[in-house]
Design a protein around this ligand. Sequence first.
Ligand code: ATR
Length: 471
Amino acid sequence: MDADIGLIGLGVMGANLALNIAEKGHRIAVFNRTTSKTHAFVEAAGDLADRIVPCETLEELAAAIRPPRPVIIMVQAGDAVDDQIAALRPVLAANDIIIDAGNANFHDTRRRFGELADSGLTFIGMGVSGGAEGARHGPSIMVGGTQESYDRVSDVLTAISAKFEGTPCCAYLGSDGAGHFVKTIHNGIEYGDMQMIAEIYGVFRDGMGLQAAQIAPYFAAWNQGPLESYLIEISAAVLDATDPETGSPMVDMILDRAGQKGTGRWSAIEAQTLGIPATTIEAAVSARALSSMKDERLAAAGVYAHGPEPVALGDALVADLEQALIAAKIAAYAQGFAVLSAASDEYGWDLPMSTIAEVWREGCIIRSRFLNAMSQAFAADPTPENLLVAPEFAKLMKEALPALRRTVALGATSGLPMPALSAALAYVNQYTQGRGTANLLQAQRDFFGEHGFERIDREGGGFHGPWVQGA
Ligand code: ATR
């Protein structure tokens, strides 16, 4: 009974998280449904093995941990989590804490939190980002549950998390599903970032006709400036890599069909449910879906038989592409934070926006220089109407917006698809248009459905146009 913590599920993420915990000096009891994996894990743990207690049953796991027991579940999201919670309940005791660290849908987390509320057990739903490498050496950790339960495990969680200039990228964000919701929106933003980078890659590859290795230096150079981020960095590395089997650029040997596990889609669904436009994120989710329709796209390419118009490489264009990415990125983050803000109101989480930007600064996939500035913007004004009007970002946007306009215009005229970049531009255009065109929508609605409208010159609503009988 001397382990500090337990962990169930020794898949890629669970195994790396367990090693990270052991490396930080904590004794950890581990269990995996398939026992052979548990033993293989301990055998491969090297020096850390003496801090790992392999368990073949959940009873053994519970007996190995010092009460009150924190137990991390890191199994496939969905039914497996419910199965594990059900199996754990009889072997745990009051005050023990079950921590679901998988990619749960936050609705499930809210339900589980409620189901365990009267059990004496405490439930934490925890978003973990950073992939296998992050789990092993320092992920970004987004915690939902109760402050009291977080306080009881914060030592170990902050120890294993990434650090930004010494500050742990781990925080308590709100009750029940808050942590998993923030992780979901993180992933939606990640989809947006990745898609926008891929669209710019398309300008270089299909517009300018450059080879992958010729494109890499542009991304590497951008990684020294305002766009400095993990995703720009790895894009440069990917473009520079050669396939050892064929000697061709590795990226050219990869089928252009993107996979997705669902969290990006959840972010678009939740944005729609909350009535918050997250058009860049939605465009990125749709772009993945369209990418997966490879056969249909090949057939359609045959029907239309048009390639993109050539685009001339030039310093001005390259500078535009960098600025376009900056502008579109601000728009995507503005959307993501707007969804967080609406969800915070809807679910009563009181999400700390500045802290969220802080825990994303290191460890997670969207880590970037930008996020430090965002955390400062939210620290100065925790509830701006939208990041687009936070002074520093409004300034950056005004500087970069003309380049985004030119880039999207170039995409339109040359036939290069830019779903995420153009959605970002349309969002900024509409968000900053004081007088929009919805007056015509309201007139149409009144015309066909007598829905009524508000007038600019009178208080109240329910006015009708002359097209409605008796108006
Ligand atoms: P990864 O982290 O590797 O991406 P994952 O697919 O999210 O993994 O989760 C894999 C882990 O979930 C494994 O530990 C798996 O156990 P097995 O090694 O026995 O397959 C665990 N897992 C999946 N379904 C489970 C279930 N119904 N009950 C318990 N554990 C389950």
